[in-house]
Design a protein around this ligand. Structure first.
Ligand SMILES: [Zn+2]
Length: 262
């Protein structure tokens, strides 16, 4: 069957060398979700692809695809931005690597999602600007879960369905992605304590349009609780470790494992 020529915008999520001269890339593309392409001769060609296929680069690509092939052929790439700051700063790089790992776990071929694409670009731009990068990661993750269909619910107790009120202490149940009120919690459950400030912040982050999301400032205890919760929820949801989180833990301004279970 004849190859079809296509073009799209994409973010480079993974790249590795293949054979003597080729490079294989995994992309988050705007038009088809996860996309795997091979850049023939990319290691040798100095002009065609140089500096365009690095991790995190935001590019415009032309490629050839066939219905019976899982790997498409990259014809051309044009660089919009390579997020240079992010690549030169280890802390920012680590933060972006977590975003990258979550995307690689969740995205599927042929499942385009413009909201996820825009959210990812938004997060990379803001991490690159180095303005509250850990808060940007928090805001990315809370919206990421919503887009992939696993929005944590902070409005009711997940067990008795009563609306949350501001004068009670709640815990978060990572297995269900919801809150548990004091009446419904019992020994043996692995619940994370969550403060009213964190509940309020995460709720408002879920309903902010992307254009206003960066206005939410998150720091101190709320940042610590949010990151712990979003990390644990991801591990539970995907049933695996988030490998890049280990690097982040070493550079957090607080001890990550101080979270309270009950
Ligand atoms: Zn309850």
């Amino acid at each position: 069957m004849a190859a079809i020529a296509r073009e799209t915008e994409a973010i480079v999520l993974d790249c590795f060398e293949h054979g003597e001269s080729d490079v294989i890339l995994t992309l988050l593309s705007r038009d088809t979700g996860k996309l795997s392409v091979i850049a023939k001769g990319a290691k040798r060609s100095k002009k065609r692809f140089v500096n365009k296929l690095e991790l995190f680069s935001f590019i415009h690509i032309s490629y050839q695809t066939s219905p019976n092939r899982s790997l498409s052929f990259l014809s051309e790439a044009e660089l919009y931005t390579c997020f240079l700051n992010l690549r030169r700063n280890f802390e920012l790089y680590t933060t972006a690597s977590i975003l990258r790992e979550f995307l690689l776990i969740a995205i599927r071929e042929g499942e385009a999602d413009d909201r996820l694409f825009r959210l990812s670009l938004w997060a990379l731009h803001n991490i690159d600007r180095n303005v509250q990068p850990l808060a940007i990661l928090t805001l990315f993750l809370i919206n990421f879960y919503e887009i992939i269909g696993y929005r944590p619910d902070f409005t009711i107790c997940n067990s008795c369905n009563r609306q949350t009120t501001i004068n009670r202490r709640y815990s978060f149940d990572t297995t269900t992605g919801g809150l548990i009120c004091p009446d419904c919690s019992h020994p043996g459950q692995r619940l994370i304590r969550i403060s009213q400030g964190t509940i309020k912040m995460l709720r408002s982050a879920q309903f902010q349009p992307l254009e206003r999301l960066h206005r939410l400032k998150i720091s101190g205890n709320i940042l610590q609780e949010s990151l712990s919760l979003l990390h644990d929820y991801g591990r539970q949801l995907f049933q695996r470790e988030i490998i890049s989180w280990k690097l982040l833990q070493k550079q957090l301004p607080f001890k990550h494992d101080k979270r309270e279970y009950r």
